[in-house]
Ligand binder design. Structure first.
Ligand SMILES: Cc1cc2nc3c(=O)[nH]c(=O)nc-3n(C[C@H](O)[C@H](O)[C@H](O)COP(=O)(O)O)c2cc1C
Length: 192
């Protein structure tokens, strides 16, 4: 049984991203895993203020005390992190990027055995990415793929699968695409 943390960065909490996440969660639960979904839009979370004062308390590493407390606890125990976001200007939404930035506080913890602090406080994670978008061609996803691959490489994390889907614009477009929802379900179920 794996612990899976889904970070849903869509501002439309009943939109395409959420429908894909729900299908993913069904699949992951069928495979016997525990899944926690954080709808960032509905949480009280503020952007990083760049103070570089975090990391003193591993349980609550950031100086800002807000909805991230819940995410830090889930992040610590997660085997998998799923980055779910609509494509906004070929990238993640500001909501999801805000959480990624706030996870910096975890890396600020004390250095171990002469290893730089940023590296010694990173734990192995597997990651997935779920991204709906309007435009339906490979070039539309070039930048997000580049960012995701670079981010994971630098964090020492492993990609475990991604679902990048064009042709979705209106809030309920996904309802017309049961095959795509099945792919999201199967991505969740693929976790062993
Ligand atoms: C501010 C904004 C920026 C967007 N940028 C892109 C983009 O760069 N490429 C694209 O194909 N779709 C873009 N879209 C369309 C969304 O990715 C698409 O509507 C997606 O299905 C929304 O997911 P949601 O229903 O979870 O909100 C953008 C939409 C908005 C509102």
């Amino acid at each position: 049984m794996k612990e899976i943390l889904v970070l849903n960065g869509s501002p439309r909490v009943r939109g395409n991203t959420t429908a894909l996440v729900e299908a993913f969660v069904r699949g992951a639960k069928e495979a016997g895993h525990r899944v926690h979904v954080c709808k960032i839009q509905e949480m009280n979370i503020h952007p990083c203020i760049g103070c570089l004062q975090g990391g003193r308390d591993p349980e609550s590493p950031c100086v800002q005390k807000d909805g991230m407390e819940e995410i830090y606890a889930l992040y610590r125990q997660a085997d998998y992190i799923v980055f779910a976001s609509p494509l906004y200007f070929w990238s993640f939404t500001a909501q999801l990027k805000m959480v990624i930035d706030r996870l910096f506080a975890v890396m600020e913890g004390p250095a171990k055995d002469g290893t730089p602090a940023y590296q010694s406080n990173l734990t192995a994670k597997k990651c997935m990415m779920i991204v709906p978008a309007e435009e339906d061609h490979d070039a539309n996803f070039e930048l997000i793929n580049q960012y995701y691959d670079g981010y994971l490489a630098r964090m020492g994390w492993e990609d475990a699968g991604r679902l990048l889907v064009g042709g979705l614009m209106q809030v309920d477009d996904i309802a017309k695409k049961p095959n795509i929802l099945m792919r999201a379900h199967d991505l969740g179920k693929s976790i062993d």
